[in-house]
Design a protein around this ligand. Structure first.
Ligand code: AMP
Ligand code: MG
Length: 491
């Protein structure tokens, strides 16, 4: 039986959408891990993928039956500067599979060798960043956040040269599609309106089939992407996730999180947090993320102008009207999410101010974002839980000053305390892939060939909302000497 029942639609698009070429073989493929649960979701045989023929395919040494390998063309704004040609410089789309759930997904190898879009790069990926993407994308999935996923990781038996030689690896990425804002920008930059229309029709059919029949489908398409991206970034904000490199080529049309490079979760709450070593101006700091998504969507809207109306002025008006939907969509999702985090089922006008007051006190007292909300679940059950929250604040009185108002507000709710605590535990994770844990997993794998730390972390983040005995260490912030101050793309 074939490894994948490929059904490839992207490869049917016009030639100028991609370059067709196979992955470049590697010296000695070695299995790191196959994601058994995801394989089942996709209707794939995990055991076959983990067998030698499967590993050879995942490393790019064999093109699996039915694949039509290609590198996608795209452009993008990187840190605000436009590059008219980026494209998959180190990734190959093998093809698409339709799972038992009826959903079509891309199967892509990342780190699979040079392509016509590689520019100066070697087309490869190092093991550390591959493990990082594997863990964090799977953590995001477990947290209920739309994301690309990781089907497998393999080592190549070849070094990649960054500052030092590092073990090479290939990640098998699964995505609803790899269409990006930058894909639209690629054709807009070439004033190729035919291709833009083809691409928009393809994106609508694949991700927004309901609007194919809309009176103004391209307008509805823009509005739908705006809505999905607004809800996505709200979900990031609610778990303290910092993407780190929100370039337009890393902003999907499907509304999935993509491209896990220097991303990280915040420990102590500080809206100015930046981890990425290349983000000198703090462009992609935690608090800037909604504004950056809106900026990226504005770039998408610009590419669609020729499809929105014949004349440019009405087209601009339509684009503006759809972009105006961003703020209310984001705010709805953010406010509703904050309410859930605080255990408030019935909305009240003053809830946002209550949440903002807590956040301000957390910031002033270096309170850990994840632990504070998790500990609040206990405090929601009764005041005996207050001590655990208090202890997270540099000055416990800062919490006391807020807790009184929160308790008064909770008294207006009908929910019983135990049910409220349980509902809060289902949205406030105990376990996130903390940066120092991720770093430790990478060091063990890269420096000592020990994958057990990676495996343990992956197991921990897969069930983020449970308190599991023996996993307490994954809930804790770093000790001062464990703190990771900068993260790297590893490209
Ligand atoms: P990213 O920062 O991962 O979004 O990548 C930006 C662009 O650089 C994309 O076109 C990538 O395909 C390309 N790129 C990143 N790393 C490499 C590499 N090692 N070799 C070739 N191209 C790369
Ligand atoms: Mg990218």
């Amino acid at each position: 039986m074939a490894l994948f029942a490929f059904d490839n639609s992207y490869a049917r698009l016009p030639d100028r959408f991609y370059a067709k070429l196979p992955p470049t073989p590697v010296a000695a493929p070695g299995l790191v891990r196959v994601n058994t649960a995801l394989a089942a979701t996709l209707g794939l045989d995990a055991a076959a993928l983990a067998a030698p023929d499967g590993v050879a395919a995942l490393a790019g040494n064999v093109v699996p039956e039915g694949a039509e390998p290609l590198a996608q063309a795209y452009a993008g704004h990187q840190f605000g500067g436009f590059s008219p040609q980026l494209g998959d410089g180190r990734a190959i789309l093998l093809g698409e599979v339709v799972g038992p759930d009826g959903l079509r997904r891309d199967i892509q190898l990342k780190g699979s060798g040079r392509t016509p879009y590689s520019r100066g790069g070697d087309g490869r990926a190092a093991l550390g960043p591959v493990l990082r993407e594997y863990v964090i994308s799977e953590a995001m999935f477990a947290l209920g956040i739309p994301t690309t996923r990781s089907l497998a990781a393999v080592t190549t038996g070849q070094p990649v040269y960054r500052e030092t030689p590092l073990p090479g690896a290939v990640l098998t990425r699964v995505a609803a599609s790899h269409l990006r804002v930058g894909t639209f920008q690629f054709f807009a930059a070439r004033q190729d309106v035919d291709a833009l229309r083809t691409l928009a029709d393809y994106a609508i059919a694949r991700h927004y089939p309901d609007i194919a029949q809309a009176e103004e489908p391209y307008r509805a398409f823009l509005g739908a992407v705006v809505g999905r991206q607004a809800r996505l970034v709200a979900q990031w904000m609610l778990v303290g996730f910092i993407h780190g490199v929100m370039n337009t080529d890393n902003c999907t049309i499907s509304g999935e999180t993509i491209d896990y490079g220097p991303c990280a979760f915040m420990d102590a709450y500080d809206p100015n947090t930046v981890f990425s070593s290349i983000d000198h101006g703090g462009r992609y700091a935690y608090a800037n993320q909604p504004g950056i998504v809106h900026w990226n969507l504005t770039r998408l809207a610009e590419t669609l102008l020729p499809l929105l109306a014949e004349a440019s002025e009405p087209a601009i008006e339509i684009a503006k009207a759809e972009l105006a939907g961003f703020a209310p969509a984001f705010e709805d999702a953010w406010h509703a999410g904050l309410r859930r985090k605080l255990g408030l089922a019935q909305p009240r006008e003053a809830d946002l101010a209550l949440a903002e007051d807590l956040l301000a006190r957390m910031q002033a007292n270096a309170a850990d974002f994840t632990l504070t909300f998790r500990a609040l679940c206990g405090a929601a059950a009764g005041p005996e839980g207050d001590a655990a929250v208090r202890a997270l604040f540099a000055d416990g009185a800062a919490y006391d000053g807020w807790a009184g108002a929160w308790r008064a507000r909770l008294a207006e709710e009908a929910t019983a305390p135990a049910a409220r605590a349980a509902a809060m535990q289902a949205v406030n994770p105990a376990i996130i892939p903390r940066n120092h844990r991720m770093e430790a997993a990478i060091v063990a794998a890269v420096e000592h060939g020990d994958l057990s730390v990676f495996e343990a972390l992956l197991d921990a983040v897969a069930r983020p909302f449970e308190d599991r005995p023996g996993l307490e260490r994954f809930t804790l912030p770093p000790e001062p000497e464990e703190r990771v101050l900068a993260t790297f793309c590893g490209t």
